[in-house]
Design a binder for this molecule. Structure first.
Ligand code: PLP
Length: 648
């Protein structure tokens, strides 16, 4: 059936349109009721919970939209998948070492995430990776006994001392040397404290990977030792009698690597370094391959930068097989494989839910029913194009209308036509665009010349969220996340829209969407009914977004709830956290909300004295000011009785 057949529309058509069965990887589905379900397997049985039910449960607990949901089961499933895929790959390739995963906490440092990774990852010996002192402290407080801790980034004395003590406490804390200048301080602190360090060397891999992070890899990558520096550092350690500390070789090929063959080339090069150093007596036991395991945000298993042409198991098999083949040639024992998969561990666990507040339609408000006289010839020309739009050639009709519209705008800028004449002309343009679009059948391939037609008519749906706070990568690096309504999916989505956030910034928008047929500049949505909730979900957004988000326009953290879905179909809200209040945000910017309030109070006291407002007005204003300070930063519906009554 055609996806666009509005009368026979079913939830299955919605699933096909938004591609949820591809990018959802079995974790999300559209139910017969037309709602998005989270699907959790328990043995042979799948348990589904509807997202609108979770929103209701959150509201019952006085949380409001926008809301960040963390589904613990989905985090557990990724840790399980990674560890079990490596175990299987090791078995199937005959690799004689084993696998130890570490989670790079930079990807999502939230306490709920780290504590769940430590808890669920314990039987797998899943460790942590830190890149700064704050992250080191967080890891030391969360690491399981004897856990593996990889320390990347620059390390000062405080950092090194804590890491050394961690070894004394029974952890395996590796200092990964990113630059030769780091070594003397590590050796000096080790000798002062009498604790032997565990050292790793990070190497620059010349094999370049594709995708958005090509720069992280290759000769010119910011971090890691050149081959000459690597050899010199090995020699320094040997001369210092500390070679026994050098047990790990590290590289990071990049993040979100879409092509498996690029990974194979990088792993082969890293294994060659490993083999030669081991052959000359360096007691290496671990090969750490960093991050890079991609998430298929699009769900089409391709080499697109937002997808990947492999599954988790293929990645694990490729890694184990490549190390084995390279080392076997020199009869070097197989090391413990470490990977620092961040994105692939946490992306699936989080969903951002936000409500639509308003819609701007791009459609003609009023169209003349006869040719306007006494106006500029170009406006008359636009009228003629409008009248002909039902029969004209689609491409040339659209191109002429755009050209005429742009020339009319120039006339306006030059002061040659009035604002009212421009309004007539803009309505006519939209009338032409609408008539031409109606003539396009869904199956018809849209000619390049008509590429702008859909976007010029698309509605703007205003969402109660901030791109900069909740989805910063979509603004900064053009990251696409799957987005779709979480309900009404049994109804035909008759509108085409882009989405704007609450910030008054023209970059605060989402206008690249993942649909099953590919990328689209507009998202099919349902007609917005102002009295009813219309809620959209952004999926696969658990990696990098939370701490990269900023306070642009002073929108703070949203409410967050973590939940666990149970085998009987119930769910427990395991953690809840209210979003930032206005006062909290102002405090972060070095304001003092109390003095802020006092100075406002002083100002309105003056207004009372001058008779501008009454004492009763003063009370209302002060209480509204105080409430606003203590409320969250996002859009809130205030009931009629609660609203300020003007002029009393
Ligand atoms: C050293 C290091 N390890 C691991 C990662 C995580 O990478 P990913 O999220 O692609 O797994 C990064 C991120 O760029 C990194 O810099």
């Amino acid at each position: 059936m055609s996806l666009q057949n509005r009368h026979l529309w079913s939830p299955a058509d919605a699933a096909a349109l938004y591609g949820i069965n591809q990018w959802g990887a079995g974790n999300f589905a559209v139910s017969d009721k037309g709602e998005v379900n989270i699907v959790i397997p328990f043995g042979e049985m799948d348990v589904s919970v509807a997202l609108p039910d979770i929103v209701q449960a959150a509201r019952d607990r006085e949380h409001s939209l926008p809301l960040l949901l963390r589904i613990e089961n989905l985090l557990d499933a990724r840790i399980q998948l990674l560890n079990e895929s490596f175990a299987r790959a090791i078995r199937e390739t005959g690799y004689s070492g084993h696998y130890e995963g570490v989670y790079p906490v930079k990807v999502n440092q939230q306490s709920a995430v780290i504590s769940e990774i430590s808890r669920y990852g314990k039987p797998y010996g899943h460790g942590l990776e830190a890149g700064s002192k704050a992250e080191l402290l967080l890891c030391l407080a969360s690491l399981n006994e004897g856990g593996l801790l990889i320390c990347n980034g620059y390390k000062d004395q405080e950092f090194i001392d804590l890491g050394l003590w961690a070894n004394k406490l029974g952890h395996r804390c590796f200092f990964v040397i990113e630059s030769p200048t780091e070594l003397p301080l590590i050796l000096e602190r080790s000798s002062s404290l009498g604790i032997q360090p565990l050292i790793g060397l990070r190497i620059k891999i010349s094999a370049q990977v594709g995708g958005l992070w090509t720069e992280t890899s290759g000769d010119r990558s910011s971090f890691g030792l050149t081959t000459a520096q690597l050899v010199a550092t090995v020699d320094s350690l040997r001369e210092a009698g500390m070679l026994s500390s050098l047990q790990l070789l590290h590289c990071h090929l990049g993040s979100q690597i879409p092509v498996l063959e690029d990974i194979r080339a990088g792993v082969r090069e890293a294994s060659r370094f490993f083999a030669d150093l081991a052959a000359e007596g360096v007691p290496l036991q671990y090969l750490d391959l960093g991050g890079g395991l991609a998430v298929d945000y699009i769900g089409n298993q391709s080499n697109h930068s937002h997808s990947c042409d492999y599954q988790t198991f293929d990645y694990c098999h490729c890694v184990a097989e490549t190390i084995k083949t390279t080392l076997d040639r020199k009869s070097i024992p197989h090391p413990t494989i470490i990977t620092e998969s961040g994105r692939a561990t946490v992306a699936h666990t989080s969903i951002l839910l936000f409500n639509i507040l308003d819609v701007m339609h791009y459609q003609p408000l009023d169209l003349p029913d006869r040719r306007p006289d006494r106006c500029h010839a170009l406006i008359q020309k636009q009228y003629d194009l409008y009248r002909a739009a039902d029969n004209t050639d689609l491409s040339s009709g659209y191109v002429s209308a755009v050209r005429t519209r742009d020339r009319i705008r120039e006339l306006f800028r030059a002061g040659d036509i009035t604002v009212r004449e421009r309004a007539v002309a803009e309505n006519l343009f939209l009338g032409i665009a609408q008539a031409l679009r109606q003539r396009l059948t869904p199956e018809q391939e849209v000619p390049v010349t008509l590429a702008g037609l859909n976007s010029s008519l698309a509605d703007i749906y205003y969402g109660n969220f901030s791109v900069f706070q909740s989805l910063p990568d979509s603004w900064a690096i053009g990251q696409m996340f799957p987005i779709m309504p979480i309900h009404r999916l049994d109804q035909y989505p008759e509108r085409q829209a882009s989405i704007s956030d609450l910030t008054c910034d023209c970059d605060g928008k989402l206008d690249r969407f993942i649909l099953s047929h590919g990328e689209s500049r507009t998202l099919p949505l349902h007609t917005f009914l102002p009295q009813e909730d219309y809620i959209l979900g952004v999926f696969l957004m658990g990696a990098y977004q939370e701490t990269l988000g900023d306070l642009h326009n002073l929108f703070g953290d949203t409410d967050v709830i973590s939940l666990r879905i149970n085998e009987d179909g119930s769910f427990d809200i395991t953690r809840e956290q209210s979003g930032d209040t206005v006062a909290e945000i102002l405090t972060m910017l070095e304001y003092n909300p109390t003095s802020f309030y006092d100075s406002f109070r002083g100002r309105i006291e003056g207004a009372v004295k001058k008779g501008v407002i009454t004492v009763a007005d003063r009370q209302q204003l002060l209480s509204r000011f105080k409430n606003c300070l203590n409320n969250q930063t996002y859009f809130k519906n205030i009931s009629a009785t609660d609203s300020l009554k003007g002029g009393q």
